[in-house]
Write a protein of this length. Structure first.
Lengths: 404, 312
């Protein structure tokens, strides 16, 4: 145990999952990998093309429509769906719900990758991407909501790295570092609550400055609260959705998996998600009444708004409650998935579909924009799988099991 | 205890929520009015403009944008489509038809140079500046290219050099700040205007003049100076014989300056983050204490075993 392994066997154990190089390469010839490879073979050259030839030739962005799906999907959806780490971290560390232990590490990894790839996606959108750290070191726009978001993103990524790093150090057998960061986790979570709450709502507040451009059914003084609450919904339902997928995909890793316990905890999340969805729905209803926007409901945008609110908010709220009440796990999982789609739809509506609704010139994404977004999501899934296959994310590392 | 803590956190969240809501502060407008004495402006009388587009030529010339001979600007066919500002076009003149007598009305469009600019408040690297004379100017040296200023501008003015691959900039009318900051300097477009459609002067005096024109010519003008209060007031002011939405100027722009729409949120978020930090820190201490108590009982168990081993 104390003997330092020589480097070839280290690489073999840690990187090639205990296989020799040819074996490892061979094991990667699978259908999902083939699909991912095809996507990346197209997407990576497009990414390079964007960095070299600029926004004009790779996007449909214009002077009237300065933001497209890279903001709408990569950043707004990416960050909302990465709220799982916040939600589970708070439940576990601050509310003392230790039973959610097994949800914590995957949720934190998902959040970390969600944030990192959101920032990666943001790079494509920034005209001068190489100046990304400018708001941190060169010039400070204190009056800007974007400034708050930039700092909060940076801080929160560090927080998530702190929370995730014990798994990394367990993998590298660096026990002292592992213990140090493990102790820091609770403090990271505490500041994470403040920081994540701040920027999730700030993403909604971004649109506060554009009352004339965002459709009245989506524009509201409550936008920050809407975004915060729907991010919590996204966090809860994403954890349900993602844990369902990972438990199927990585079944081999879960020796001591207790199916009924897993379902019981999923119901707990579903219950919270249902309550959050109901709160969100009534808050939206209140916002509608407060601004007296009823007349907009009988316009095409109104039907679209109702579609979002009824099919993707109210419906999953009821069905989740039904699933919890009658212990129907399949229904609970599917409705959680619907709620995830609902949050995605809300972010796309706010930033693209209902934005510039009254402008003559409308935006639809360029194929390269779509390709890069799909490429980023593919990379994120691959990164998640790479880490889960190597580090103790879904189970406790055997050396540290007793500590929990 | 656990229940109490949960209750506490819930309550903090509620307070924060309410705090986030009450987000419209209306104080800055009054505070700043004192400093605005030297603010300059341009009054655009759209009833006088003949659509010669010489202002466009002069603007291109002064700002070193791609230009054509002044003769080419007499071509009226550009009026067929409504145009907006673009990367190398800081100002455009659009034509509208008066429904009453079918006469053309020409309206020049450029940066309005807001008294409290939305682009400035939106910029996360503080690339915009409102000068004492009134010009809103942009500093490309710090710009990251997020284009939030374009989202924030209620007049849809800032344009982006999308076709510039590596060093794109935001572009917009500079109010010829390099001319007006000199004694007696006026913007290039004002200088060339042959009809006195454009008049450069102190903002307060121009507002006074505009009101006079409205009262002295009953029926000629709509009783409204566009830009006096729009988005908290702008340095470009418009007079019109038609309602402003019929001459291509947005009338859905509220009086609240754009910065005030986000100010309240920023303020409350920071307050919330400071206030909420403490209950969270206490909660963390509490949780750690719990873990330690648990560990201590385990540790004593282990040391007992250890002692036992040593003895044997």
């Amino acid at each position: 145990m104390n003997r330092k392994p020589d480097s070839t066997s280290w690489i073999r154990e840690k990187i090639f999952l205990g296989m020799t190089f040819p074996e490892y390469i061979k094991s990667n010839f699978t259908l999902p990998n083939a699909i991912a490879a095809v996507i990346l073979i197209v997407a990576v050259p497009v990414m390079i093309y964007r960095f070299l030839y600029g926004l004009g030739s790779s996007t449909n962005l214009s002077d009237t429509n300065p933001w497209g799906i890279w903001i709408g999907i990569d950043v707004l959806c990416g960050i909302a769906l990465a709220a799982g780490g916040l939600v589970i971290g708070t439940a576990y560390h601050l509310f003392g719900m230790k039973q959610y232990h097994h949800f914590l590490k995957p949720a934190i990894l998902t959040s970390l990758l969600g944030y990192l790839f959101s920032v990666f996606g943001l790079l494509f959108d920034l005209g001068r991407y190489y100046r990304l750290p400018y708001p941190m070191v060169v010039s400070f726009g204190f009056s800007s909501i974007m400034f708050l978001i930039a700092w909060h993103f940076a801080l929160y990524i560090m927080i998530l790295l702190t929370e995730w790093s014990p798994s990394l150090f367990e993998w590298l057998n660096l026990n002292k570092l592992r213990d140090f960061f493990h102790k820091l986790a609770i403090w990271a979570t505490v500041f994470g609550v403040v920081i994540a709450g701040g920027h999730q709502s700030a993403l909604g507040a971004l649109f506060l400055v554009a009352p004339g451009k965002l459709h009245p059914l989506w524009y509201s003084e409550l936008l920050p609260l809407y975004f915060l609450l729907s991010a919590i919904i996204a966090g809860l339902t994403m954890v349900i959705f993602e844990s369902t997928l990972t438990h199927k995909a990585f079944k081999r890793q879960l020796e001591h998996f207790n199916s009924s316990e897993f379902d019981r905890l999923t119901f707990g999340l579903a219950k919270a998600a249902s309550a959050a969805l109901f709160t969100y729905f009534f808050l939206k209803l209140f916002g509608l009444a407060h601004a007296n926007n009823w007349t907009y409901l009988v316009t095409p945008y109104g039907y679209w708004f109702l579609f979002e609110m009824l099919v993707f908010v109210l419906c999953p709220a009821f069905v989740l409650a039904y699933g919890v009440r009658y212990k129907n796990i399949t229904i609970a999982r599917w409705s959680a998935f619907i709620a995830v789609i609902g949050v995605v739809l809300n972010r796309i509506n706010t930033s693209v579909i209902a934005f510039n609704w009254n402008a003559a010139e409308r935006y639809s994404p360029h194929w390269m924009e779509v390709t890069i977004t799909v490429g980023i999501i593919t990379m994120e899934v691959l990164a998640f799988r790479w880490i889960v296959n190597r580090m103790a994310i879904l189970y406790d590392h055997p050396d540290y099991e007793s500590l929990h | 205890m656990g229940m109490n803590r949960r209750e506490f956190l819930k309550r903090t969240a509620t307070i924060a929520g309410t705090a986030v809501l009450g987000s419209s502060a209306n104080t800055s407008a009054e505070q700043n009015s004192v400093q605005k004495a030297d603010r300059h402006a341009v009054l655009v009388d759209t009833t006088v403009c003949i659509g010669c587009r010489r202002c466009e030529w002069a603007c291109n010339e002064w700002n070193k944008n791609p230009n054509q001979p002044i003769k080419a600007f007499e071509d009226k066919s550009v009026f067929k489509a409504s145009r907006r500002t673009h990367a190398q076009t800081f100002t455009v003149v659009n034509r509208f038809i008066n429904p009453k007598d079918s006469t053309p009305i020409y309206v020049k469009k450029q940066c309005m140079h807001c008294e409290e600019p939305g682009c400035k408040a939106a910029c996360f690297v503080d690339a915009f500046k409102k000068t004492e004379k009134g010009a809103v100017i942009y500093n490309a040296d710090v710009c990251v290219g997020c284009r939030y200023c374009m989202v924030a501008c209620p007049f849809d003015i800032p344009a982006y050099e999308y076709c510039e691959p590596l060093i794109p900039r935001i572009t917009k009318c500079t109010f010829c700040f390099d001319r007006i900051s000199k004694e007696g300097g006026v913007p290039a477009c004002v200088k060339i205007c042959p009809t006195e459609t454009l008049r450069f002067g102190k903002r307060e005096e121009l507002i006074h003049l505009a009101h006079e024109r409205i009262t002295n010519n009953p029926g000629k003008y709509i009783d409204h100076i566009y830009g006096e209060h729009e988005a908290g007031g702008t340095s470009w002011l418009y007079l019109s014989s038609l309602p402003f939405d019929q001459i291509g100027l947005r009338t859905d722009i509220i009086k609240t300056p754009v910065p005030n729409l986000s100010k309240g949120f920023l303020f409350m978020t920071k307050v919330f983050e400071i206030v909420a930090a403490w209950p969270l820190v206490f909660a963390a201490f509490h949780a750690i204490k719990k873990i330690k108590i648990k560990q201590n009982s385990q540790d004593t168990h282990i040391t007992k075993e250890g002692n036992h081993e040593q003895k044997t």
